[in-house]
Design a protein around this ligand. Structure first.
Ligand code: C6P
Length: 412
């Protein structure tokens, strides 16, 4: 197979040197890591930030007068400011550190249980991750609010005209992913937010799959809530952020009680700390927050426009090569997509394909991708999902296509 030559000047070989894991072998083959939508790999620069923290200033934050505690506090708060600037939040205290996207969504859902009442309506899209479905179902059970689903079409695009029909003065909340993890669809969040605001509904955008590829501007988009996980952006697991507009964060009650989130405590009455601490009970993932800041620095130094352009070339090349294989069906052919391809081969189970691909060093995800309603829509048990990052290459796509052809031959 002839290898495509990239048309832009993206320095992928230089970038790959930052990722030691990309040099390892799996089952005797060079690793081809195409499971970036599940979690991205970590560059040395982020690992260095982690080692620096534990080697030089590991301490609890916001608590001690000693130097280590102050250094750790400064670095943690600097990370918050980096993240604020990255997403263009107006205020640093609108950035709440969480353990990840799931935590951020649950925090908001839990807060709305004291605001919603019976008869209120919540809209979600048909292409959500379970994290952006289950917390709202739990919220509906508690409050008597009703969950309604915005449908998608066969291409995996949101049916906007149906959204316009569903939204009404009863709609209090709209939840939508910026990018679908199962299909790669980039959703029209700007129009959705504008429409939702016209009926005074709040909008939570799940940015888990968008943040590694698209630099979202929360003020320009007029977001109410945006949630992301660091581990999908070259940062560590167990940390993420919730962006919330100050007015909304002031309105929502605390999520968890404990240290750090209080102003005063007595057995008679406790008063809560201001933002962001009101939502950050207990000792946080201090090192994780700092490393998340380092990951944001790393990705910005490469440039999000450059990353998007390069990944788009990878997506187009892989899509075209995949379509040349007999029996391949791609799920998710939206006009605007990130570098995610979900597919099946006629007559073969995705799990069997994934298992054989692993034997040849290729990491892809198989299954329902925590998006069972998407699989139900297409009437399939699951898909094989290849998801690319800016450190992947055209050569790796060639290896992936060759391995897929071999797997197909072995299974048929
Ligand atoms: N999707 C995937 O392989 P956490 O686990 O909290 O970091 O992220 C949850 C989550 C929420 N929303 C979307 C759109 C997501 O893609 C994910 C995580 C991974 O697709 C793991 S299931």
């Amino acid at each position: 197979m002839s290898q495509q030559t990239q048309t832009n000047t993206f320095e992928v070989e230089k970038i790959r040197k930052d990722f030691p894991i990309l040099n390892r072998k799996v089952n005797g083959y060079p690793l081809v890591y195409f499971d970036n939508a599940a979690t991205a790999q970590t560059p040395k620069q982020v690992m260095d930030a982690i080692v620096d923290y534990y080697s030089n200033y590991n301490a609890n934050i916001h608590r001690g007068v000693h130097s280590l505690s102050q250094e750790a506090t400064d670095k943690y708060e600097q990370a918050r400011i980096k993240i604020q600037k990255h997403f263009n939040a107006e205020k640093a205290h609108e950035i709440i550190f969480t353990s990840g996207t799931t935590h951020g969504i649950n925090l908001v859902a839990s807060g709305f249980s004291s605001i919603l009442k019976e008869g209120d309506e919540i809209l979600v899209s048909a292409m959500e991750h379970h994290s952006n479905i289950v917390p709202w179902q739990m919220l509906c059970e508690k409050t008597g609010a009703k969950l309604k689903v915005i449908p998608m079409d066969q291409k995996g695009e949101l049916v906007y005209s149906e959204f316009e029909k569903l939204i009404s003065s009863n709609t209090k909340l709209v939840f939508l992913n910026h990018v679908s993890n199962a299909l790669g669809t980039v959703n029209p969040i700007k129009s959705v937010i504008e429409k939702a605001h016209s009926v005074d509904a709040a909008v939570l955008i799940d940015g888990a799959q968008a943040a590694p590829h698209i630099k979202a501007d929360v003020q320009a988009l007029d977001m109410d809530f945006y949630v992301v996980s660091a581990h999908k952006m070259c940062g560590p697991t167990g940390v993420g952020i919730l962006y919330g507009k100050e007015a909304w964060l002031e309105k929502l009650p605390p999520y968890q009680g404990g240290g750090e989130m209080i102003a005063t405590v007595s057995f008679e009455k406790t008063t809560y700390a201001g933002l962001p601490h009101k939502f950050e009970a207990g000792t946080p993932n201090i090192c994780g927050g700092i490393a998340f800041g380092a990951a944001i620095d790393y990705m910005n130094a490469i440039g999000f426009d450059e990353i998007a352009a390069y990944e788009h070339e990878l997506l187009e090349y892989a899509t075209n090569e995949l379509k040349k294989i007999d029996g391949v069906k791609i799920y998710g052919e939206a006009a605007e997509k990130t570098a995610v391809i979900s597919f099946n081969i006629e007559g073969l189970h995705p799990y069997d394909i994934g298992t054989l691909m692993d034997k040849m060093g290729i990491a892809v995800r198989t299954g329902h991708h925590c998006a069972q309603p998407v699989m139900d829509f297409f009437k399939i048990p699951g898909t094989v999902r290849a998801s690319f990052s800016f450190y992947n290459t055209f050569h790796e796509i060639d290896l992936f296509i060759d391995a897929l052809k071999k797997a197909k031959m072995m299974l048929q």
